[in-house]
Design a protein around this ligand. Structure first.
Ligand SMILES: [Zn+2]
Length: 154
């Protein structure tokens, strides 16, 4: 395989999903969110790529996988400004809008160590509160409110 062909293989995917503009350090979490670390599909990961908007960004290219609306709403909490492109035949056929869910269940742990969710067999659950640019999560059980980053970047 020539250098050029190798480069093409890394850069373009025939079919799948490209998630771009993920804040640096969050790409690996997104990968785990979609359980891609256990997948047989080819995944290309770019970490700490230069970005004019973010300074540094992460990027994921996942072959043969299309993310569903529930995954997109989880992704919105990790990376509200990420762009998600669906690729078919090497072309972008759809750009997915990320929409914040109203409620997010059993994805994040409550940062409050005294919260009942750490000792009882209950699923964590947060109400998502959005005010202007700030996104906050309110625990259903201890009712404490946290900035999005505190919950998602632990
Ligand atoms: Zn709690």
């Amino acid at each position: 395989m020539s250098d050029k062909a190798t480069q093409l293989q890394v850069e373009a995917i025939q079919q799948g999903t490209v998630i771009d503009h993920i804040p640096a350090k969050v790409g690996i979490k997104v990968l785990k969110l979609f359980e891609m670390q256990n997948s047989e599909q080819r995944v290309t990961i770019g970490l700490n790529l230069p970005s004019s908007a973010l300074g540094a960004k992460d990027l994921l290219k996942i072959e043969n996988v299309f993310i569903d609306p529930s995954q997109a709403s989880k992704l919105a909490l990790y990376a509200p400004n990420a762009t998600v492109n669906q690729i078919e035949d090497y072309k972008v056929v759809k750009k997915l809008e990320l929409e914040l869910p109203k409620q997010i269940t059993s994805v994040f742990e409550c940062p409050n160590s005294n919260c009942i969710t750490h000792n009882e067999p209950v699923e964590s659950s947060f109400t998502v509160i959005q005010k202007a640019a700030s996104i906050r999560l309110k625990c259903k059980y201890c009712e404490k409110v946290y900035a999005r980053e505190i919950v998602t970047e632990r």
